[in-house]
Design a protein around this ligand. Structure first.
Ligand SMILES: C[S@@+](CC[C@H](N)C(=O)[O-])C[C@H]1O[C@@H](n2cnc3c(N)ncnc32)[C@H](O)[C@@H]1O
Ligand code: SF4
Ligand code: SF4
Length: 344
């Protein structure tokens, strides 16, 4: 890892140019904490200059960095996300960054400031077993801010995925039962939300009455968009099919799966050698990655076997998460244990 060259600012700008020339709409900066990167503002300006919307994921801690927060307020964000991990106690026990504990009160202060300044704001709630109990309280806490500031805030709930997390924390992965409880809770409180707050979530089954578009129609509603309308690039310029899966796990995982199912993938022209061709934006053209790479192509061609015969599929469920399936069963096509169909 130490010998790999990092993406330079120039390489990032080159990538932005390429994405813009191909009609890209958004670029999302994440990390680590992207606002600690001295180039975040220059990169943001460059994204805007190229006609795209910048997005950013932040831990929301601007203690003694009020100047950075002021600068943030100058830009028209396609989306600005701030992470919260539960009520004060849970948040501070879970959110430990390299720079120290991410202070809950500071995060709430940031959310208020952003909302007062009409930033297009999403609060990212990463769901773990031990913060499920805080969800309702936190939704209403954020609702209060949205009403006070008369600004719409989206409360986004995304489950913890078993990638890039410290050993032992796997026991905190939410189960199908947890998702089921949460899904019922959201539908119950949906009616109690006012126009300023919206609850959005990343897991699978939706209630029809919620009438949420389950996934982009242009891709038949399937998948989460990765490998179809978006891709992720890490700090070394390497392509990651899904931004959540770190390369440590997904490279051997995918190769193993392709080896086991050689016949199926052979028919699709995908094999363990070509799957990782065109995979670094430092050396490869973005256009080649998008159009020629098998790695990217892979997602549009594989099938979700787990969901194929399920009556919810593409009607009120976008299908299982390929990353979770790979983690649980070693195959991206089935085995996502967070599916709660059997509990309905
Ligand atoms: C990786 S963080 C980086 C950006 C920023 N520093 C922050 O704290 O939000 C982006 C978001 O991904 C979430 N996240 C991190 N690891 C995750 C995992 N293994 N599964 C699901 N979400 C995760 C975080 O909770 C956070 O909301
Ligand atoms: S089997 Fe697939 S489509 Fe059906 S509910 Fe589960 S995840 Fe959704
Ligand atoms: S593969 Fe799973 S974790 Fe990755 S972006 Fe899609 S739904 Fe999210």
């Amino acid at each position: 890892m130490k010998n790999k060259p990092l993406l330079t600012k120039e390489a990032i700008k080159r990538l932005i140019n390429e994405v813009a020339s191909m009609g890209g709409m958004w670029i999302r900066l994440t990390g680590g904490e992207p606002t600690l990167n001295p180039d975040w503002e220059e990169i943001t300006k460059y994204i805007i200059k190229k006609g795209m919307a910048p997005m950013l994921y932040s831990n929301g801690n601007f203690y003694k960095r009020e100047n950075t927060l002021k600068k943030i307020l100058k830009y028209n964000w396609g989306e600005f996300r701030v992470t919260i991990a539960g009520s004060k106690q849970t948040h501070e026990s879970l959110r430990i960054a390299r720079t120290g504990i991410v202070n809950y009160d500071e995060v709430i202060k940031t959310i208020k400031t952003l909302s007062q300044n009409r930033v297009n704001l999403k609060v990212n709630y990463t769901l773990l077993k031990n913060n499920l109990c805080d969800v309702k309280k936190m939704i209403f806490e954020i609702k209060k801010i949205s009403i006070e500031t008369k600004n719409k805030i989206v409360f986004h709930i995304g489950p913890l995925r078993p990638f890039g997390i410290p050993k032992g924390i796997e026991s905190l992965l939410p189960t199908a039962e947890d998702f089921f409880i949460l899904s019922k809770l959201i539908h119950e409180i949906q009616g109690k939300l006012r126009k300023y707050l919206e609850v959005d979530y990343d897991f699978n089954l939706f209630d029809k009455q919620h009438k949420r578009e389950i996934a982009p129609k242009m891709f038949n509603g399937d998948c989460c968009g990765v490998g179809k309308l978006a891709l992720a690039v890490n700090c070394f310029g390497e392509i990651q099919i899904c931004g959540i899966m770190g390369s440590n796990f997904y490279v051997p995982g995918i190769i193993n799966m392709i080896k086991k199912e050689e016949k199926i993938f052979g028919k699709l022209g995908i094999n363990k050698k070509n799957i990782f061709d065109y995979s670094n934006v430092i050396k490869d053209k973005f256009k080649d990655i998008w159009f020629k790479s098998k790695q990217f192509d892979f997602f549009s061609k594989y099938e979700k076997l787990q969901c194929k015969s399920c009556k919810n599929y593409l009607k009120n469920c976008k299908g299982m998460c390929p990353a979770m399936a790979l983690y649980y069963s070693g195959n991206m096509r089935y085995g996502d244990k967070s599916c709660f169909k059997h509990l309905m």
